[in-house]
Ligand binder design. Sequence first.
Ligand code: SF4
Ligand code: SF4
Length: 329
Amino acid sequence: MKYRKLGKTQLNISEVGCGGIPIQHISQEEVNKLVDKMIELGINFIDSARGYTISEEMFGKALLGKRDKFYLATKSMSRNYEDMKRDIEISLNNFQTDHIDLYQLHNLRDDNYQGALKALEEAKKEGRVKHIGFSSHSVDFAYELISKTDIFETIQIPYNFLELQAVKLFKLAKMKNIGVIVMKPLAGGNIDKAKTSLKYILANDCVSVAIPGMESIKQIEENASIDNYDLTKDEEIYIQNMRELFKNEFCHRCGYCMPCSVGIDIPSSFTYENYYKKYNLKEWAILRYEGMNVKPSACIACRKCEARCPYGLHIVDKLKRVVEVFEHE
Ligand code: SF4
Ligand code: SF4
């Protein structure tokens, strides 16, 4: 396993870390085994979130007596002071630890985070949170944010050979010594050759760590087996073919299609479909779908969103398929 510095945090982390979404649907015993395998293979970075139901708690149990082998990152959607203060407490309790190495504002897309940031800064002064970062799906927003402030030590953003939009902010992040955590390294489960995708991502030296979701020993072994980033001829052909296959099909979660005329959260609709179909997180996806203020079935096919989508996605048709999954299965 190779290690890289996580930007200005100076944490020396494995270039492949563990994304904490999929462990929600495996047993505690299996999570314990995954953690032991990660230690054996040198993976020392775990990323979870308050929103991943029991993920923090399961890691906390599996890490008893092994806490010092990992840097723990988590994140919260809370945006005001009180909620974030409460979430930090919950995360500390769940992980059964006295400090979290990196606490991130989850899925930041506007400037409404000042209260939450105050709570994080207080926790940092107390030593209960060591570093502060944020995650975002919007490259433009993230670019602007790291341009105008030096508060954040890391950014978490999607990047893989199907989703290259983050390249735009890598240079700036490197210049400002902000750690880059790559989420969705397998494009939300759409890329089936994990090793090829990780090699492609890690060949970029602006990246600090890629965090594929891991739920089996086999996945950990495959993800940890990367010893060089050179793509074989077959891998290059695979990448070309995948790009062709997903050309007008893959949602980059950029949000340019928004706002929808009737208030549908278009990118989230596709994300939930992915979680349902590719990650085998059916209940979790259904819960989120049920919580949507406006369901995709409300689409009136005005196609204003399609005119705004830079990737030419047939959004109306795609939304119909989402409805099929959640309302007719
Ligand atoms: S086509 Fe449907 S999803 Fe797109 S803006 Fe119109 S109502 Fe919203
Ligand atoms: S549908 Fe198009 S514009 Fe909307 S989030 Fe997906 S890729 Fe971006």
